[in-house]
Design a protein around this ligand. Sequence first.
Ligand SMILES: NC(=O)c1ccc[n+]([C@@H]2O[C@H](COP(=O)([O-])OP(=O)(O)OC[C@H]3O[C@@H](n4cnc5c(N)ncnc54)[C@H](O)[C@@H]3O)[C@@H](O)[C@H]2O)c1
Length: 318
Amino acid sequence: LETRVFFLSPAHVARLALPRVTPSLDERSVPWSVIHVEDGDEHKTMQQVERIVGELAEAGASRDTVAVTVGGGVTGDIGGFAASMYMRGLPFVQIPTSLLAQVDASIGGKVGVNHARAKNLVGATYQPHLVLTDPALLDTLPEREFSNGMAEAIKTAIVGDPGLFERLAQTPGPVIDDVVAACVRVKARVVEGDPFERDSRRVLNLGHTLGHALEAALSYRGLPHGAAVGLGLLAAWRIAVARGVAEPVWLERTRELLGRFGLPTEAPAVDEASLRAALQLDKKRRAGGLTFVLPLRPGRVEIVDDVAERELVAALHD
Ligand SMILES: NC(=O)c1ccc[n+]([C@@H]2O[C@H](COP(=O)([O-])OP(=O)(O)OC[C@H]3O[C@@H](n4cnc5c(N)ncnc54)[C@H](O)[C@@H]3O)[C@@H](O)[C@H]2O)c1
């Protein structure tokens, strides 16, 4: 049996990225083909996994097949999930091509799809054998997607890299290779300490409790994910400042950073009942209720479980 490679990739991303990878396969006479992945979160579905599995079977993929996802976070999540299931698991490689996927989604082994009842409801922990990250692939990324990724990069700096937080604020800012490498180091370190998300890995949820609630309250149509995370970061600082555990300067500096990378700094008007309902749902999904990641200063965060709903709602605005 010979090794074969199946690239799982949206057609337009495959056109951009594959010419960088396939020559080395051709040199070694490794056969490869491409299975199209429809990206965008509305296509992160079980039906699409089923179609991909069908195409793998149709093409005669066997245990010697390597699945290589090439795309953003949606592609990695769907493709990795299909790879985890096909014949109980194909070896799998991630080539992330969006900033969000490079700094976050490609690291940690979480794969899966959305379900009508909740985002990311169905999935697995399935580590790739290799993550190949090339920041040059980001040259073609639309501005809006770049901002989305920067929100996660700012979060990551607050969670675990005060030096990166400083460099992001400088003029000129850091080169993108530096941002990606620094974020990968932080995420890898956090994930290694808690691969199955039982405890300490939850620090990566900084800004996401309120971010998710905002997205849900606006029916996922009002705000891009990164914008919601950014507003969630500001709210987290406000709570920490109000409790006297963080200096107001970090709130201001984070606000400046968000603005600098094209992210909103003012939360939109949102129906308070919908927001509370979304927070309640979040609470129900976790054993032990709502936990909250409180930033103390860049590089230092704390997980607490005593944040009241009204404290969260109040923190959305200055
Ligand atoms: N597994 C994890 O740990 C993890 C972590 C964070 C987020 N996620 C998931 O990631 C998803 C979001 O990822 P995303 O923001 O990358 O979305 P995405 O995969 O939909 O990509 C965003 C857009 O960018 C385009 N794109 C990607 N690379 C490009 C390139 N090089 N040039 C031009 N266009 C390019 C895509 O075609 C798409 O239109 C969500 O579903 C989220 O749940 C997963």
